[in-house]
Design a protein around this ligand. Structure first.
Ligand SMILES: [Zn+2]
Length: 256
């Protein structure tokens, strides 16, 4: 063990073995709190996890590492701090499961990159795989909207309308053009940039669809009711499709 080997070489002071370390005391204090049967420190940012993770690795404190990994996931999901930083920290420490969670948040928040210190330590391969994952999510979320099955059911107001559905050409996914297909198309476009179920529920886009539906004498009477029945099903569908991407298609760390 690293510590015990160094202790054997260390001088004694008043009969006690001493160990000289180079870390800051406030970091060591947190580390030692995690080793004793007492309430550990509260973690509310990724920076403290990052500094302690490398220390736990250095001193081979595997129990501390497990605690940090659990706290890490809590911060990523609760605080939603910069998900790119979270992804980088997870990859640098070889935390595959945590890297997947961070990648999900990065993608669903619009996968916009800006320089952070941790990128200096992130491998190009890991960054490339993150971008591949985001592009895949983008395609799948967008396609999930365009091919959403309830659009082909017959009991929706837009399916029985001969006023607006008969005027346009078929959409790329094989249904007549209506105000609803415009809504789906705009939603699919938004999902390309923010692949996440929550992206569907955009008030401005809903409002635009209602204005368009109001122009159709047949649709306007039930447009709001049917769209509010229809739309909430789509976020669930999108999120289900996205969950299969993360677990099946990308290995963020293991392929290095
Ligand atoms: Zn209509």
């Amino acid at each position: 063990m690293l510590i015990s080997a160094r202790l054997e070489e260390s001088p004694q002071q008043e009969g006690l073995l001493t160990l000289e370390v180079t870390e800051y005391s406030y970091v060591l204090d947190k580390l030692l709190q995690l080793c004793y049967p007492m309430d550990g420190p509260d973690f509310d940012d990724l920076a403290s996890i990052y500094s302690l993770a490398s220390l736990a690795e250095k001193y081979e404190m595997h129990v501390v590492t497990r605690t940090l990994r659990t706290a890490f996931v809590g911060i990523v999901e609760r605080v939603k701090e910069n998900p790119l930083r979270a992804y980088a920290i997870a990859c640098i420490n070889g935390w595959e499961a945590e890297a997947r969670i961070a990648a999900q948040h990065f993608s669903r928040n619009g996968f916009r990159s800006k320089w952070i210190y941790e990128l200096e330590c992130l491998s190009a391969a890991a960054y490339l795989r993150l971008n591949q994952y985001c592009r895949m999510c983008s395609r799948i979320a967008s396609h999930a909207a365009e091919s959403f099955s309830p659009i082909t059911q017959n009991d929706w107001i837009w399916q029985s309308c001969s006023s607006c559905s008969g005027k346009g050409s078929l959409q790329s996914w094989g249904v007549p053009h209506t105000w609803l297909t415009d809504f789906i198309r705009r939603t699919a476009e938004a999902l390309r940039f923010n692949p996440c179920g929550n992206t569907v529920m955009d008030h401005a886009r809903f409002g635009e669809a209602m204005i368009s539906a109001g122009a159709c004498s047949h649709c306007k009477s039930r447009a709001a009711i049917d769209q509010h029945r229809f739309a909430p099903k789509l976020p669930k569908c999108v999120d289900e499709k996205l969950s299969t991407v993360c677990t099946c298609h990308i290995l963020f760390i293991s392929c290095d």
